[in-house]
Structures are given as C-alpha cells and as structure tokens.
Design a binder for this molecule. Structure first.
Ligand SMILES: [Fe+2]
Length: 288
C-alpha cells in the first residue's frame, strides 16, 4: 500500500469569493465555478476546492470560521484503497463515497479522504540557459504542485496521531522534535515532508499548505505579487533548517496560510530520521 501525495484539499471559507480571488492571485488555474465556490488545478493534477463555510456538503470541522475541511490523499491503486479501508475500519467509521473514495477521520478529528491518484506530468522547467535570453521581467509564480499540509495538534493526541500515520498508513518520519512536532513523508514520495504535525500550540486545527514553484525567484515574485494585490504575508521569505526549502507564507481567507516553496530536501528509505533534542529553529537565513 502506497500513499503518493496529497490529492485534493477542500476549504470552507466565510468569504468564498475572497477565497477564489486569493487562489487566482496565487497563480492557480481556475477550473470554474462549482457549488458554493470554485475549483482550482495545477500541472500535477492536484485540486483545490473552495466552498462557502456554511456549505452543507462539507464535513464538520474542529474550528470555527474559514478552514481546511477535508484533505484527500492519493494512493497508487485500487488495491491500496481497499487495504486502507480494511485497516482503518478496524477502529473507526470509514465511508465510501459515490465515486469510490474513502472518507474517515484521523485521531485528531481531521476529516480525511483517500482516492486513487490521478497524476499529470508537470511540464519541464524552462531550460535554464541564459544565452541570448534576458530574465523574464514579467515572471509570475506558477505553482507546479501541492507539496505538504501542516496541521496543529494537541500534545495529548500526538503519539496516537503519529502511530496512525506511521504504523497504519505507512508514512515515514523525516524529522522529529518533541518540543515542536513531526515531519512525515508519504511512502511513495521523496519530499522531506508531505504532512507536518506541530504540537507547540497544543490545539488541533489547520495550519498551512505549501505549493512548489520552480525557483526561489518564483517564491519572491509570487510573494511580491500577493503583497501588491493586498494579501498579508505571514512571515518574511527565508530558507528553513528542517526540510531546507525556501519559503514565503501568506494569510489565506480560506483559513491558515499558504506557502510558496522551492528546493526542499528529498529523502528515501536510506535516510535515518533525525530526532532533535530541541527544535533547531525556523530558518538558516531570512530577510527578517
Ligand atoms: Fe511548510
């Protein structure tokens, strides 16, 4: 059984129109109005759905207001889906949707979905040669794919939650800091993390999602475009220590924040998980 990646994320926004505008400015392709909001795509084939917070079709939430309402993980095939259904049905309700997808909740109470991944091949990065080719002064951020989701968790549920993802769903630990949280990657992914579970606020709720762009230049032009459009940065651009990626986060009207990132560490099963006595800090460098 292999989970490959985040497949789809469904948001409930108190101001769905603002949520739609936000993801348009972010650089996603608007696939069209749907229900109480709109759907967005990217070259990877992953999907973001924005809906009104009061939309009755959305799963209930741990939090009031705008937030992530359901996170779908993409698996390699139907047999994996059946295996997840068997495994998780042992101690929780698992429902099959009309389209064959699975719906359940993790130990923290987050609504989870699973479906067979529908990957599209992202277009190759532009040839980096600069011969007779001045830098594109109109460069915009074009997110290639969703890399990770980060949720806040309570310390009381931390261990049970980690066992759920690692022992039962096959996630690998890349880094673990007991005073901060876990960075996990899906079995079929080389990303340093596809799922972060951070404990230091000691509450359960949605944190952020991260979109990979081609370069640190795209992180910066994307962020500057968002600032000019009136959206609020959550931090200053920098390069993380854990995961090593460059980043810039913005406060989203769909709840939490979204992150542009590039150049993240990749890990396979040769990687020995690091356990930090003390979390080493947020960044190697920052423009702060
Ligand atoms: Fe992140």
């Amino acid at each position: 059984m292999k989970i490959l990646r985040i497949e789809e994320l469904v948001f409930g926004a108190e101001d769905a129109a603002a949520g739609v505008k936000y993801f348009e400015d972010w650089g996603l392709e608007n696939l069209g109005a749907n229900g109480t909001g709109a759907d967005f795509g990217m070259p990877s084939g992953q999907v973001i759905r924005v809906r009104a917070a009061g939309d009755a079709s959305l799963p209930s939430t741990l939090e009031k207001g705008s937030t992530l309402r359901e996170e779908f993980w993409g698996v390699d095939n139907e047999a994996s889906l059946d295996e997840i259904e068997r495994e998780l049905s042992r101690d929780r309700e698992v429902r099959r949707g009309n389209d064959g997808s699975l719906h359940t909740r993790d130990p923290h109470g987050f609504a989870l979905g699973f479906r067979v991944a529908q990957p599209k091949t992202p277009p190759a990065d532009p040839v980096p040669s600069r011969l007779n080719k001045p830098f594109d002064t109109k460069l915009r951020a074009k997110p290639k794919r969703i890399g990770h989701v980060v949720n806040w968790i309570t310390k009381a549920k931390e261990r049970e939650g980690a066992e759920f993802y690692v022992d039962r769903l096959g996630f690998r630990v890349s880094d673990r800091a007991p005073d901060f949280g876990d960075f996990l990657r899906a079995a079929g992914s080389l990303d340093h993390h596809n799922l972060g579970m951070f404990n230091f606020r000691d509450f359960a709720g949605y944190g952020h999602i991260a979109f990979e762009v081609a370069s640190f230049d795209e992180v910066m032009v994307g962020g500057q475009f968002m600032k000019k459009a009136g959206w609020k940065p959550q931090n200053k651009p920098g390069r993380h220590i854990v995961g090593s990626n460059t980043y810039w986060n913005f406060v989203s009207p769909c709840g939490g924040s979204t992150e542009y990132f590039s150049d993240m560490d990749m890990m396979d099963d040769e990687w020995q998980p690091r356990v930090w006595e003390k979390f080493p800090g947020a960044h190697i460098w920052s423009t702060d």
